[in-house]
Design a protein around this ligand. Structure first.
Ligand SMILES: [Zn+2]
Length: 374
């Protein structure tokens, strides 16, 4: 199940994964049924649920404010933020690219916990100023105040990819000038902390009344250790591709056909004879006219094979995603991630075809380089 878009705020797309509803329900339920009745026994019955629901909604806003702070600072450094997603383990601001300098990384990472701590402090101050102990507003403000402060402090634990881990990475990166080693070290702390949470969770689960929170803690630990491992894996892939350009990996003699060839000849002379299912359509002057693939051919009724021409069924030039030969492979990978294509025609000015780049070609290189330890 994917995250559902709920709108935009400050130019950032906001999305909520359905698993967030689990959190919203758990918070509302535990406040309405346990905590508020225990702390404020004199409230009328319905009030517990109303205040609990409002508190849960404002908790949602608190997490959003935390993530939005990361996003706003990231954009200051001209990094694109594709979206903010809230899910069962909290929130994530999804950056399309990694910060380029340790200082940028540190400021982006610090923005979230700082905003949580400031919001928490302000809420507790407001609570104290109102001085209405025991009322619904007191209950709401003090719970949200403490939870925001906990959110800020928890995120400062120095295990990557938590905010504190990003701060640690930025510091090591600055000291040693090696981003990769810094990421690996900060991720090791993240993984160890994840294991610690799993251990603590299992221990708690066997204590009286601790089953639920124990399982919850262990799940968070498991999520963190996985995320730390994935971050290191992603970085080794990026590193193995550093300096490689589209030109180095493209097939410079791509399978191509002329626009006036008939569909029958495309099928009989090309598709049924070779390994290719997709062809560049090339003008006589070498310019790219379009792309034709098996799926285009399958839409043509058999009786029209002799009369229909490639130019009638191909995807035309302006609708095709192309790439230049001097683009870094990382850029090509991003394109492959964003667009549902398996190959990219490589063109230079005047849409002259110089080759094609395939997804599998990139994956092959990554595999070889990682196996060789390059
Ligand atoms: Zn954060």
């Amino acid at each position: 199940m994917g995250a559902v878009r709920i709108g935009r705020l400050l130019g950032v797309e906001l999305a909520v994964h359905p698993s967030w509803l689990v959190i919203a329900f758990l918070i509302t339920y535990s406040l309405a049924v346990r905590q508020f009745p225990a702390d404020f026994p004199h409230w009328p019955g319905g009030l517990y649920w109303a205040v609990a629901a409002a508190t849960s909604l404002l908790f949602f806003a608190s997490v959003l404010a935390h993530e939005l702070s990361h996003a706003v600072v990231a954009r200051r450094f001209h990094l694109r933020v594709s979206s903010i997603t809230l899910f069962i383990f909290g929130g994530a601001a999804n950056l399309e690219e990694e910060p380029k300098r340790p200082r940028d990384e540190a400021l982006i990472a610090a923005a979230g916990p700082i905003s949580s701590l400031v919001i928490g402090g302000l809420l507790l101050l407001a609570d104290a100023a109102l001085g209405e102990a025991g009322g619904p507003l007191d209950a709401l403000l003090s719970w949200l105040g403490y939870i925001n402060i906990s959110l800020g402090l928890f995120n400062l634990i120095p295990g990557f990819p938590m905010d504190g881990g990003r701060l640690l990475r930025a510091l090591l990166w600055k000291l040693r000038r090696d981003e990769y080693a810094a990421t690996r070290n900060a991720a090791t702390v993240g993984r160890l902390f994840g294991y610690f949470l799993i251990g603590l969770g299992v221990f708690l689960a066997f204590q009286p009344g601790g089953l639920f929170s124990g399982i919850w803690l262990a799940l968070i630990g498991w999520f963190l250790s996985n995320a730390a491992e994935a971050a290191v894996a992603r970085m080794s892939v990026e590193r193995s591709l550093r300096g490689v350009k589209v030109r180095d990996l493209m097939d410079s003699d791509p399978a191509s056909v002329g626009p006036n060839e008939t569909v029958a000849s495309l099928i009989n002379e090309r598709m049924l004879r070779g390994e290719h299912q997709s062809f560049l359509v090339r003008h006589d002057d070498g310019g790219l006219a379009g792309v034709v693939s098996l799926s285009d051919v399958r839409r043509v009724p058999r009786e029209s094979w002799e009369t229909a021409r490639v130019t009638d069924i191909m995807t035309r030039y302006p609708d095709i995603v192309t790439i230049g030969p001097d683009v870094e492979i990382e850029g090509a990978l991003r394109l492959f991630q964003e667009k549902p294509v398996r190959q990219l025609p490589v063109v230079i000015e005047g849409r002259q075809i110089v080759g094609t780049l395939t997804r599998s070609g990139i994956l092959g290189l990554i595999e070889t380089r990682i196996k060789l330890g390059v």
